[in-house]
Each structure stands twice: as C-alpha cells, then as structure tokens.
Ligand binder design. Structure first.
Ligand code: GRF
Length: 187
C-alpha cells in the first residue's frame, strides 16, 4: 500500500479529506505521517482521531530550516513515504527536503495559479473582483506556489460572501486532492 505524508499548519480539513478517503478505500494508500509546524493547530486532533502518527515541531526550537528538514526527511524515509501532500503547510519547503523528495512533494493552493499566489489567495482574488475562482495542485519547487501544475478546477462565483466562497473552495479542494492523489499513485 502506498504511504503518504501530509504536512499542515492549520485546521486540517484537507488532511481529514485525505485520511477519510484512505480509510474508506477511495484512495488506495495510507497516511503514514502528519507533519505540523504549529503545536496549536487543529489538524493535530484530527490526526489523533484517525490514528495517524504525527511529528509536531516548533521551528524556533531548531537552529535552521535545514535542521528540522533533515529530521523530517529521515522520518519520511523510515516510514517509506512515497508522496508528500502539503495541505495548508504555511512554510516554504527548503533545499534539504527538495533534494531528497523532489517530484514527490505536491501542494494544494486555493486559486487558479499562476494568479493569486501567497497566503491570502481567496481574499486577493475576491478583492480583485474575479468571477472564476479555483483550486490548483502543483509540484513543489524552490518558488512560492510556482511548481509545475498537475491539476486545476474552476469555480464560478459572482458574489461577496467570503465565508460561502471559502466553503465552496474547500469542498472542491477535498475532491480534487483525492482524485489527484489517486492519479499519481496509480502511475
Ligand atoms: C487550503 O485552502 C489550502 O488550499 C491552503 O490552505 C488551506 C488549508 O485548509 N494551502 P485546511 O487546513 O486543509 O482546512
């Protein structure tokens, strides 16, 4: 069975969608590890509910990103992880992880890239006044939200209810992440 790792910093709804799909057999894989850089993040309780092993760390406890990434890369190796899924992981992935896991790290972003990169994509797109929003899943490289695109889905929305739009985007994210992981692990 393919082993996945999910990296997250926030509430973890994408983590849960992936973990649930693995549990129900919709994804033929297992979440072997959840990595989180925020000890107060909601995703930790979700991982516990799913019985997924976690590595939770505070960046300030380490001298450098290389240091925590070496530890994480060793954990990925020891768990036999084949695909790393970033799901709201609010850090740039550095050279250590990219060197050891290049082409095996993917990210989900709540816009139609290359539009609206960065941490406030939904608010930025709404402020711009777009009428077609969307979700992108891409390979992770040295650039911010800049790696090769794997899949995208558009969402028509012509309103001003940010909460409703965010819900719509999350629902599409959960579905697209499951479909995309399945395609990647089927190859
Ligand atoms: C998602 O919108 C994802 O696209 C972005 O961060 C958010 C994470 O949400 N990168 P959640 O923690 O999975 O609920």
């Amino acid at each position: 069975m393919t082993k996945l790792a999910v990296f997250a910093s926030g509430s973890g709804s994408n983590f849960e969608a992936i973990a649930e799909a693995c549990r129900s057999g919709r994804i033929k894989a297992e979440v072997a590890l959840m990595v989180c850089d925020k000890p107060s993040a909601g995703v930790i309780a979700r991982a516990e509910r799913y019985g997924v092993e976690t590595f939770v760390f505070s960046p300030r406890d380490y001298a450098s990103r290389d240091q925590w990434e070496s530890l994480i890369a060793d954990l990925l190796d020891s768990h036999g992880v084949e695909l790393v899924c970033l799901a709201g992981y609010m850090r740039i992935v550095g050279g250590v992880l990219l060197e050891r896991y290049r082409d095996r790290i993917i990210n989900i972003h709540p816009s139609l890239l290359p539009s609206f990169k960065g941490a406030h994509a939904i608010a930025d797109a709404m402020a711009y006044g777009v009428k077609v929003y969307g979700v992108t899943i891409h390979r992770v490289d040295e650039t911010l939200d800049g790696g090769r695109i794997i899949s995208q889905r558009a969402i028509d929305y012509d309103g001003d209810d940010a909460d409703h739009l965010t819900e719509m985007i999350h629902a599409v994210e959960h579905e697209l992440y499951i479909e995309t992981i399945n395609k990647l692990i089927d190859k």
